[in-house]
Ligand binder design. Structure first.
Ligand code: PHE
Length: 463
């Protein structure tokens, strides 16, 4: 087999996979989902999903990847179950969709680097004009996609791993500093209460659907991103502990992002938390304000630095999203890596154009679809996010665990997991994972998938 490259070290894999997981999903997506989902009750659901259901899916994906050393389609073929490679194909399709809209938001974040650098904190109240300037934000998006393509074209250890190792820790430090500052502001505690004290009457079907979608999206699961990264991992790696670290890092950063945003919203609104459901614009409208309160050169420097780091967090995620279809084309279609990268990146950029136009510029894409039973129209970007994050990823995750436990078989999964983890066999964790991968996750994910489809696309609520 041709040399596919691989991670050069244990830390390199963990950092790259954590880099894939930590991204806009944590800092942009999580706070706005919490805002729309009623606060702490959403957070509780999300945490349960991450640890109880998603962690087993993550372990399974990495194990399948390492066992087969293949992309998500090739992996099912290599295990001898060609019929199942539709799961991999669906994953690649999801990756296309996700990257197409993700890149638009990354373009916004990139544009904010400039806005902060020139001290334009007023952008907080002009966000919708910003997103409607489609030629400008389109150009930002194009630069972002080109950068992603460049990193992916450099291959595994040269590009992805190097970038992640340095940038992830910097982001963490920056967030901690902002959290520290935000907590000292007046009315910060009102924000924190909304975020951390659950009101369980807020939980309804929609909150459950969104929390599960957010958990999958944030952990990069259900589409084979971690099958692909797993395929570059060495047999000495301990998968169960690496996956635990990745899950904790991802959840930790999301929780911290909330600790940064909600106190700030409390501060800005004088303690009123009934207006936090502003949606995808949330961080773009609240964060410039905090840098504005700091003010002056220092505010501009802090703001610039924050959005630079956010762009890097997004970049380590876009890189993993692009790597999935690229690995597929390289492995299965024998296309040279550099060529595959630019072809796929160009195609995804084009698919993203409706998501770019649907934020006020084009009436058609801004009011793209009205779901049955809903009064308001959904824009194209949100529609694609619903299809990919809330529907396809949990379905993909469900099929992957079902496949691993009942088709490929649990003892094979256990065998793969015990490489690099000598104490795994016979442990409590093994028993839990057997139960979760075999029964709990397929059943719960399958059930929520059915509910999601009925509710979202047919307007039928069983609960
Ligand atoms: N997990 C990434 C984020 O939170 C997004 C992502 C989803 C990346 C799926 C890869 C695969 O930003």
């Amino acid at each position: 087999m041709a040399n596919r490259g691989g991670f050069s070290s244990r830390l390199g894999f963990i950092m790259a996979a954590a880099g894939s997981a930590v991204g806009l999903g944590n800092i942009w997506g999580f706070p706005y989902e919490v805002g729309q989902g009623g606060g702490a009750a959403f957070v509780v659901m999300y945490l349960i999903f991450c640890f109880v259901l998603c962690y087993p899916v993550m372990v399974t994906e990495i194990a399948i990847g390492r066992k087969t050393q293949k992309n998500p389609v090739g992996a099912f073929n290599a295990l001898g179950y060609k019929k199942w490679n539709f799961v991999g194909k669906m994953g690649i399709f999801s990756g296309f969709l996700i990257l197409s809209f993700y890149n638009v938001i990354a373009g916004w974040a990139f544009g904010y680097v400039y806005e902060m650098a020139i001290g334009n904190f007023d952008i907080a109240t002009h966000f919708s004009e910003f997103t409607q300037d489609v030629f400008k934000v389109g150009a930002y998006g194009m630069v972002f996609m080109a950068t992603t393509a460049y990193v992916v074209s450099k291959g595994i250890s040269g590009g992805i791993e190097k970038a992640a190792k340095f940038l992830m820790p910097s982001l963490l430090i920056m967030i901690l500093l902002i959290v520290g500052y935000a907590l000292t502001l007046p009315n910060a505690m009102d924000g924190l209460r909304f975020y951390l004290v659950p009101d369980f009457s807020e939980i309804n079907t929609q909150v459950v659907i969104n929390a599960l979608g957010q958990a999958f999206f944030s952990l990069s699961l259900g589409m084979g991103a971690l099958i692909t990264y797993g395929s570059y991992v060495n047999k000495k790696e301990n998968i169960v502990s690496a996956a635990a670290f990745i899950t904790l890092a991802d959840v930790g950063i999301a929780v911290l992002a909330g600790m940064m945003i909600f106190p700030l919203i409390g501060f800005m609104s004088g303690g009123a938390m009934d207006n936090v459901g502003s949606g995808p614009g949330l961080i773009f409208e609240t964060l410039p304000e905090i840098f504005g309160t700091i003010g002056g050169t220092f505010g501009a420097v802090a703001g610039t630095l924050f959005f630079v780091l956010l762009c890097f967090a997004a970049l380590t995620s876009t890189v993993s999203l692009l790597e999935v279809p690229v690995a597929y084309v390289v492995d299965e279609k024998n296309v040279r890596r550099s060529r595959a990268v630019w072809l796929v990146a160009g195609a995804i950029f084009l698919i993203g154009i409706p998501s770019l136009l649907g934020n006020g510029y084009s009436e058609f894409f801004s009011k793209f679809i009205t779901y049955p039973g809903s009064e308001t129209a959904t824009d194209f970007l949100s529609f694609i996010a619903n299809v990919a994050n809330d529907t396809l990823l949990p379905l993909g995750g469900c099929l992957i665990v079902f496949f691993a436990a009942h088709v490929w078989k649990k003892h094979n999964l256990d065998e793969e997991l015990s490489h690099g983890a000598p104490n795994y066999k016979g442990s409590f964790l093994q028993k839990y994972l057997n139960f979760a991968v075999g029964y709990l996750a397929p059943a719960v994910l399958g059930f929520i998938f059915v509910i999601t489809v009925l509710k979202t696309y047919f307007g039928i609520s069983i609960f």
